[in-house]
Design a protein around this ligand. Sequence first.
Ligand code: AHM
Ligand code: MG
Length: 346
Amino acid sequence: MPHFMTLPRHIQEGEKLHPEATGELSAILNQLGLAAKVISLEVNKAGLVDILGFTGDSNVHGEQVKKLDIFAHDIMIKAMDHGGHFCVMASEEEEDIIHIPAHHKIGKYVLLFDPLDGSSNIDVNVSIGTIFSVYKRISKDGKPGTLEDCLQEGYKQVAAGYIVYGSSTILVYTAGHGVHGFTLDPAFGEFLLSHPNMKIPEKGRIYSINEGNYKYWDNGLKKYIKYLQDADNRGVKPYTSRYIGSMVADVHRNLIYGGIYMYPADKRSPNGKLRLMYECNPMAFIIEAAGGRAIDGNQRILEVKPTSLHQRIPIFIGSKDDVDMVEKFLKEDVDFSKSHTTVKVH
Ligand code: AHM
Ligand code: MG
C-alpha cells in the first residue's frame, strides 16, 4: 500500500481505471470529505458547548449555538448545494426535498443524507456518524430535481458512504468498486487510506440489537437470539453482544470484525425504526459491496421500492452467513430445540 494515500488522491487514482468517468463523482466525494472534516471538528468540541454557551444561546461571535445535528445538516447543505453536481437533495432532518438554490447550476446527481446519526449519543461523547447516498437523477436534465429522483431503489445508488466520529474519525465509501476506509489525521487535516478494499468476514461472532425491546419481538427473532447465546450447546463459543446505539458505529465495527446488526420490526414499531433512504439503503450498499448482506426480513433492502422520503424499515445487516441464518429463523420460525438437523450450524 503506498504511503500517504489521501482521499482525493485515492479517488483520482480510481478514476484513472475508469476512462469513461467524468470526474463529477470524484468532485462529489471530495466535497463530502470536506463536509466531514468540518462536522468532525464540531463534534470534537461538543462537550465545550456547556462551557462556551448552551444551544440556543449566542456564542462569542454573537452567532446562535446550534444543536449538533442541525449544525451537521446545515454544513452538508452548504458544502454540497453549489458544486453544480446535484439537482435535488434530502436530509433526515428535513421533511421535504431540498431544492438547489436558483442561482446555482443544476446537476445530474441526487444526494440523500443523515447528517448526524445516533442522536441519543450526541451529548454523552459516544460515537455518532454521518451517512450519505448518491443516485443519478431520473427526471429531465437541466430542471430542478423531484421527489421521484429521491425515491429510487437502493441498488441504483452510484455511491454511498459514512463517517464515524469515534476514537478517530473514519470515512468509508464505495462507488461500486470496493469499499475503502480513510482515517482523518487531525494534525494534517487529511483523510488517509487506512482500510483499503474492506471485506466483511463471511461469518462473525457479534450480534448488535437493542435487547430492551425483547418482549415486543416475534418468536422467530427471540429464538434466533437464544440460538446465538446457546452456541456452547453446539460446541462453539456463544456470540458476543455489542450495541452502541449508533448504527454507523455498530455496522462499522461489524464490517471489520464480522457480525450482524439488527433493528427489527416489533409489536410497537411494525416498520422498525430506521429510515430506508437515509440509513438502510446506504449502509446496505456498502455492506453488500464488502461481501455482506442486508435484508428487511422478507427481501433484500436494496430492492425495496421506496414510497416516501422518511419511510422506516426493519433491517438485518452484516456478515453473509449470519444474515442467512437470521433469515431462516424469521421465515421458518425454526424451533431450535427440535431442529438441530434443519438449521445449518457453522
Ligand atoms: P437517529 O437517526 O435518531 O439517530 O436514530 C437512529 C439510531 C441508530 O443509529 C441506532 O442504531 C438506533 O437509532 C438506536 O435506537 P434505539 O435507541 O431504539 O436502540
Ligand atoms: Mg439517523
